[in-house]
Design a protein around this ligand. Structure first.
Ligand SMILES: [Zn+2]
Length: 173
C-alpha cells in the first residue's frame, strides 16, 4: 500500500491508520503517504480526542502525513474536493477513469434517505447548517450525472437519479 486517503478525521474513518505495537502506535503501512486535508488536521489537532492521539498524531509524528489543500490532486486518478460541514475540512475524493467518474463521498451523507432529504444533518455533523447546504449542492451536482457515488455508510455504491421530480439513490447493479 503506498497511499492512504482520509476524507475526514472522525474515529470510524481513521482507525486502521495505526497499529499498537509494543505499547506504541505506529503507521499500519510504514511506507505509505497518508493524505489528509491540512484544514482538517488543523481543526482536530487542537481537540482532545482519543482517536486523534492514537490514529492520526502518530502518522504526523512519523512524518508519513501529507497535508494538502482541500482541492489538491493526489495523483493522476484521485482528486480532493472540499465539501465541508460534516467536519471543517471534510473532503470527497473523486476518481477519474477512462470508464467514467466515481466519488468517495465520506460522511457527506450517512443514510440513503439524505439524498431525498438533504436538509437532514446527522448529529455527528460539526456545522449542521453548512453540512445541509453542502449536501444539497452535492446531490444537485451529481443527480443524473452517471457518477458512481461511494458513500462510506451506505450499504452499496450507486447513483443519484431523479424520479418523479425527487432525488433518489439507486444502488449500482
Ligand atoms: Zn464522520
Amino acid at each position: 500500500m503506498d497511499v492512504v486517503v482520509c476524507t475526514h478525521l472522525h474515529v470510524d474513518h481513521v482507525g486502521w491508520n495505526t497499529r499498537l505495537v509494543g505499547g506504541e502506535w505506529i503507521p499500519t503501512f510504514p511506507r505509505a503517504r497518508y493524505v489528509i486535508a491540512g484544514e482538517e488536521w488543523e481543526f482536530w489537532r487542537h481537540e482532545r480526542d482519543a482517536c486523534i492521539d492514537d490514529s492520526v498524531a502518530p502518522i504526523v509524528d512519523a512524518g508519513r502525513a501529507v497535508l494538502t489543500d482541500t482541492d489538491d490532486a493526489i495523483d493522476e486518478y484521485l482528486t480532493f474536493e472540499p465539501w465541508p460541514g460534516h467536519t471543517p475540512g471534510h473532503v470527497a475524493v473523486r476518481l477519474h477513469t477512462g470508464e467514467g467518474e466515481a466519488v468517495f463521498s465520506g460522511d457527506l451523507m450517512h443514510r440513503v434517505v439524505q439524498v431525498a432529504e438533504p436538509q437532514w444533518s446527522s448529529r455527528f455533523c460539526h456545522d449542521p447548517a453548512r453540512a445541509r447546504a453542502t449536501r444539497r449542492d452535492f446531490v444537485e451536482r451529481h443527480a443524473d450525472s452517471g457518477t458512481l457515488i461511494l458513500a462510506a455508510h451506505f450499504p452499496r455504491p450507486g447513483y443519484i437519479v431523479t424520479e418523479k421530480g425527487q432525488r433518489r439513490f439507486v444502488p449500482a447493479a
